[in-house]
Design a protein around this ligand. Structure first.
Ligand code: FAD
Length: 469
């Protein structure tokens, strides 16, 4: 393994472009191949989901690559969730009791464009657009491509091939199809899909609803969410079952039924989505899946990063953040001075796999939390206590959400274990009438709750350890 090694990266999405930038900064020669046209010069949809929530794990990786400030310039902070009921009433729930902890809405296309531009500034990076990888010959370190424009097929040999080609990875498919080694692979679809709609800016180019929140219309079996964009619009996403329930993607096929659904379930949103019928009919319905696989690498030749290795459902807002964190961890392993790529890949997976498995599971948990529990009175009471604890004891209490989203130096797996035990502790205490809240809790009252929660959490963690969890 040395600096003259040629690295071929398949997929110049969020993970691939950041990885190319980092490897170029480290002095490697990088060839980056992307199936789509250059999104900076072509008017194409940036791919699935127009905007995303960027948080601290993502920022840590961007900081490593020297692009954090540029990314922050195109972010809109979202301090909490704003829930909308069917009567048009709203209530807010902050993400954290600490003022400096919030998530950020960012355009996928703008962020991807920024990373491509930064990567391209390095003369040891070449980016090739419109080149789709068809498969990879693993033993020959050779990737086979088709040029979308010329329809020509060609092959590229490289010292190392890295697959950052997303949830439908061609490299991962070659692992599976070539049968060179024992490759474990699981793909689980949710019965829910998603469709994107738009709340346009008002006539003055301003946001029509709060641009400091992530809006949620939780309805039990389905939900609508909206994230603000810099141009005054919101990207709205409907998460709905394909086949189940009174309304589903399969039966929402007429303009009347779509209007009936929105009038009944999201009347306040309907008022500000003027093109609902056209958008609903014309915009694609996307599927949501979790992908877990192992091993991520083959010998000293190939490795998977980002969604290609671990695609997750979007409900924790962590898929991109986790993919960026992959780059941070991969970079840390490169710092260890290991002698060959095989050791780098193995050490990387060992350091990373349990964390990406954990965030996959947490993302599924949050699916139920967002569409259902956020409107539940016990859940609201729990969140109120957590906010008060974080505000009053900012260095002593971190909710599960804070551990996952704002504590980039704690792995997802540890965050999940502590966070779940803490949730259980708090819910047990509320259900057992052992903690009570009122509007203006004193520091002393909160201190008592904090001690009870800590004690109960430790007991649960001890029990989990004995049970081997
Ligand atoms: P991708 O972004 O998918 O990039 C893969 C790239 O590879 C693409 O450019 C693609 O064109 C290219 N490619 C694919 N196949 C080939 C091929 N054969 N040859 C060459 N190139 C190829 N994450 C968050 O952190 N926060 C959020 O709020 C959030 N919201 C989301 C909402 C939705 C609806 C969805 C679906 C996802 C969301 N995510 C979110 C997850 C996030 O989008 C992904 O985790 C992230 O895009 C992964 O980055 P990646 O580079 O690994 O894959």
């Amino acid at each position: 393994m040395n600096k003259s090694d040629k690295i071929l990266i398949i997929g110049a999405g969020l993970c691939g472009s950041l990885l190319a930038l980092r490897l170029a900064q480290r002095g490697f020669k990088v060839e980056l191949y992307e199936s789509r046209p250059d999104l900076r010069t072509t008017d194409i949809s940036a791919g699935r989901s127009i905007n995303l929530a960027l948080s601290d794990r993502g920022f840590k990786a961007l900081r490593l690559c020297g692009v954090e400030e540029k990314a922050r310039e195109i972010c809109l902070p979202m301090y909490g969730r704003l829930m909308h009921d069917t009567g048009g009433n709203t209530f807010a729930s902050n993400y954290s009791g600490r003022e400096n902890e919030y998530i950020n809405s960012i355009s996928r296309g703008d962020l991807n464009g920024l990373l491509l531009t930064e990567a391209e500034k390095h003369k040891n990076v070449n980016i090739h657009f419109n080149k789709k990888c068809k498969n990879v010959d693993l033993d020959k370190n050779t990737a086979h491509f088709k040029d979308y424009k010329t329809k020509e097929e060609f092959s590229v040999k490289s010292d190392v091939i890295i697959g950052t080609d997303g949830a439908g990875s061609s490299l991962r498919k070659s692992y599976y199809l070539e049968r060179k080694f024992l490759f474990s692979y699981a793909q689980n679809y949710l019965n829910h899909g998603y469709k994107e709609l738009e709340i346009p800016a008002d006539k003055n180019g301003k946001h029509q609803i709060s641009n400091q929140h992530l809006h949620i219309w939780p309805r039990g079996d389905f939900m609508l969410i909206a994230l603000p964009n810099l141009d005054g619009s919101f990207t709205v996403t409907l998460f709905l079952s394909y086949t189940e329930g009174e309304f589903n993607f399969e039966n929402l096929t007429s303009e009347e039924k779509i209007t009936q659904f929105f009038e009944q379930e999201f009347p306040d949103a309907l008022e500000i989505i003027p093109n609902i019928k056209e958008e609903f009919m014309n915009n694609p319905t996307g599927a949501l899946r979790t992908v877990k696989c192992s091993p991520w690498s083959y010998q000293n030749k190939t490795v998977l990063l980002g969604d290609a290795a671990h695609a997750i459902v979007p409900f924790y807002g962590q898929g991109m953040n986790a993919s960026f964190e992959d780059v941070t961890v991969f970079d840390e392993i490169l710092d260890q001075g290991l002698s060959d790529w095989k050791s780098v890949f193995k050490t990387y997976q060992k350091a990373r796999k349990q964390d990406t498995d954990a965030i996959a599971d947490l993302a599924i948990d949050n699916f139920y939390e967002m569409r259902d529990h956020v409107a539940n009175p016990i859940f609201k009471e729990k969140r109120k206590i957590e906010m008060d604890l974080e505000k009053t004891f900012p260095t002593q209490y971190f909710s599960k959400y804070s551990l996952v989203t704002f504590n980039e130096d704690i792995g997802y797996n540890a965050a999940m274990k502590i966070g779940r035990a803490q949730d259980k502790a708090l819910l047990n205490l509320i259900a057992g009438d052992e903690v009570h809240t009122h509007l203006n809790m004193t520091k002393e009252e909160l201190k008592v709750i904090l001690e009870k929660v800590k004690k109960e959490t430790n007991t649960i963690l001890e029990e989990d350890k004995i049970a081997g969890l």
